[in-house]
Write a protein that binds this ligand. Structure first.
Ligand code: PLP
Length: 408
């Protein structure tokens, strides 16, 4: 079916909310996608951070062939062997203690917010105070999802305003502004939620000072510290979790109380997770929360394979190595008049421009590169974690003359 036909059908029958690129994808291999005319694209978007191992990884294909003969879905009222094993892996790499599986990022954030409320009110203060711990502090520039709870923690007015009134009690703290955090923090706060590296806002890392202060304040008052690692977690920075920069897995006390995950976790099959500390888990009674699809056998088995492949192919070391190389190459563009700033960690990178980024995205597409833009002026680079230095050179070599060509 030609692209024009696909577009006509979508125009007539779909809710028109996505600004798609003019590419009709046929297949993928490694870091490349191919359209129906066999044009090859180097993918530097990876399904917005989902396709960590690129496309058609032979071990993933093999595993899918095996699992396809078994039940694809089982209710959470029955056991299958993969949830427990995957939870063991997640606990092992994160340093947290227990896992609840979900289907998406926003569902993971909802879980974190609900668990934070219950936990914060279950173990602190007197009866009167308990009922009052409901406020959530999020950060200016945050993006946590589109359902009502996670949207309430998302700052962008365009996403919030059409759906107001949202959940009460949410307030935004200046990005990395410790004084503002201290000012807005009070006894009725049940959680501080942040992305260790803000994605949608254009790849902005939280500072160590901010993390430590948020950790200290929440610990002292019995509120939860929630780290949203949906985009920056699971190897994207060359560490298992971006917050490990501030607190390694062994430093239990300084880890967040709750962590939201999704995107690459199921290697393309929807899967998310909430990681939590033991005392949070103890406060959640059986039957008070749940999900139909979260933690299905296909998604969990695939996810286990992600962990094995990461180990066998030393993906974290590779990300550290090529991520630093990518950053160096982008830094060399920072002298160009249209480049305002280069940011990022590992393979979560961004070029902030002084001009609109979408025309550059279109030109790159034409030249066979898929890149995302966010906040109008930011080129966000989230390639599959298996990208090579040679591919990075090709991309930067094509990008440079495009940027040089722009005159305000
Ligand atoms: N949190 C962060 C940091 C994200 O980047 C996203 C999605 O981009 C979400 C939450 C929401 O995830 P989902 O789209 O799977 O609901």
């Amino acid at each position: 079916m030609p692209l024009s036909h696909v577009k006509r059908l979508e125009d007539q029958y779909l809710l028109g909310i996505y600004n798609r690129y003019d590419v009709l994808v046929d297949r993928g291999r490694g870091t490349y996608l191919f359209d129906q005319s066999n044009k090859r694209y180097l993918d530097l978007m990876a399904g917005i951070g989902v396709n960590a191992l690129g496309y058609a990884h032979p071990r993933v294909v093999r595993l899918l062939r095996k699992q396809i003969k078994k039940p694809l879905h089982l209710s959470n009222l029955l056991y299958h062997e993969y949830q427990g094993r995957l939870a063991e892996r997640l606990v092992g790499v994160s340093g947290l203690d227990r896992v609840f599986f979900t289907n998406s990022g926003t569902e993971s954030v909802e879980g974190c917010l609900k668990f934070a409320r219950v936990w914060a009110n279950s173990h602190t203060g007197n009866e009167e105070q308990k009922a009052r711990k409901y406020r959530v502090l999020a950060l200016e520039g945050s993006f946590h999802g589109r359902t009502l709870g996670s949207l309430s923690a998302t700052e962008k007015a365009k996403y919030r305003e059409p759906f107001e009134p949202l959940v009460p009690g949410f307030e935004f703290v200046g990005f990395n502004d410790v004084a503002d955090l201290e000012r807005k923090f009070s006894d009725d706060v049940c959680a501080v939620i942040f992305e260790t590296i803000q994605g949608e806002r254009g790849v902005r890392p939280v500072s160590e000072e901010f993390y430590r202060r948020a950790r200290g304040l929440t610990r002292e008052s019995g509120a939860a510290l929630i780290s949203d690692e949906i985009q920056c977690g699971l190897g994207r920075t060359g560490r298992w979790f971006a917050f490990h920069k501030f607190a390694p897995a062994s430093d239990h006390e300084n880890l967040p109380d709750l962590v939201s995950l999704a995107k690459p976790l199921g290697l393309g099959i929807p899967l998310g997770a909430v990681l939590m500390k033991e005392d949070v888990a103890k406060s959640i009674e059986a039957g008070t929360h749940g999900t139909t699809f979260g933690g299905g056998p296909l998604a969990c088995r695939l996810s286990l394979e992600l962990f094995k492949i990461f180990e066998d192919e030393r993906i974290l070391g590779h990300v550290q190595n090529v991520g630093a190389y990518f950053r160096q190459q982008l830094d060399q563009l920072s002298g160009l008049p249209v480049v305002k700033e280069v940011r990022g960690d590992g393979l979560m990178l961004a070029l902030e421009l002084t001009v609109a980024a979408r025309p550059i995205v279109e030109k790159l597409l034409d030249r066979g590169f898929i890149v995302n833009c966010t906040r109008e002026t930011v080129l966000r680079i989230l390639p599959p974690l298996i990208i090579t230095k040679k591919q990075i050179d090709k991309f930067v070599g094509s990008l440079r003359p495009m940027l040089e060509d722009i005159h305000d």
